[in-house]
Design a protein. Structure first.
Length: 302
């Protein structure tokens, strides 16, 4: 660990969880949904792309959607779990992490990444590498889990650990919000960044069923500061009870919320729109709004 480096996640644990998910392949619905939503965004872009990277290959849903588009000459799938890269399909497959991409500058004109970046320790560095991988006027379409994801589960474990063990441990990953991500995209050198979010609500038979699904997804706790022993039975059962109180549904099931934050940004190019110079506007804002312009600090008189 370099001086000043912040390591939130245990990378070995992340890879181990993803390899287990690759073996199971039973809980891909959230990643398939994210891939389809990114595909819908791409449909709104009225231009073609010939060299494409998929960061976060998973079971190949994103690549399959892209193969159906005309004009793609090279499609490279990247994942840190070898198990997601084993099935033989057309195109190149690379074992790599977002923080150490093995590509030359300007190698691609499109990068698509469905729910792969929220386990990244150095997200600003990963975004900078993605921007360098893109040709000028290349497009980044990426989604990751946002801060509202599994908020009730976080609260349920907090209550359970306090009651059963007299203290708490980190359980659910810290996640960036949209304003943070827009700033990170600009810091990485992207132009025209747009960040928005959607909430997906899913119901389960119980909190224990939700936890089992998260395990099958490869989305369980990989924080470096996590406790390294199994959760006590009493804590687990109390957390499940607390969760039902927080997120119980009328039909007896429980709900879970996943916030998907989507980032759209472009590698800079001279053809892109530029902001006007301060003072260059030809129309006053007050005229457009039909109001009276007042100097800053003046108050309207009654």
């Amino acid at each position: 660990m370099a001086e000043g480096e912040i390591l939130v996640f245990d990378r070995r644990a992340v890879r181990r969880h993803r390899e287990r998910a690759a073996r199971l392949r039973t809980a891909e619905f959230l990643f398939e949904e994210a891939a389809e939503r990114l595909g819908d965004r791409l449909d709104d872009v009225k231009r073609g792309f010939s060299r494409v990277m998929v960061l976060g290959a998973r079971c190949g849903t994103t690549a399959d959607l892209l193969r159906a588009r005309p004009g793609i000459e090279l499609l490279v799938e990247v994942d840190e779990a070898r198990g997601f890269l084993e099935p033989a399909k057309a195109g190149a497959r690379i074992l790599a992490e977002a923080e150490a991409l093995p590509f030359a500058p300007t190698a691609f004109d499109l990068v698509v990444s469905p729910l792969a970046l929220h386990w990244t320790n150095d997200l600003p560095g990963a975004l900078l590498q993605l921007r360098r991988c893109l040709k000028p006027d290349g497009l980044l379409l990426a989604s990751l889990l946002g801060g509202e994801t599994l908020d009730a589960l976080r609260q349920a474990f907090l209550e359970a650990e306090l009651a059963e063990e007299g203290g708490v441990s980190p359980r659910v990953s810290p996640m960036a919000d949209g304003r943070d991500l827009a700033g990170l995209l600009q810091r990485a050198g992207f132009a025209l960044p747009v960040v928005d979010s959607d909430r997906i609500s899913v119901t389960y038979e119980s909190a224990l069923a939700l936890m089992g699904e998260l395990r099958a997804m490869g989305e369980t706790n990989a924080l470096r500061e996590r406790r390294r022993h199994f959760t006590r039975r009493g804590t687990l059962l109390r957390a499940a009870e607390a969760y039902r109180g927080l997120a119980g549904a009328p039909n007896g099931r429980v709900s879970a919320v996943f916030e998907i934050v989507t980032m759209t940004a472009w590698a800079p190019h001279e053809s892109q729109p530029k902001p006007l110079r301060p003072g260059s506007a030809s129309t006053r804002l007050a005229d457009a709004l039909g109001t009276v312009e007042r100097p800053a600090g003046d108050k309207a008189r009654p």
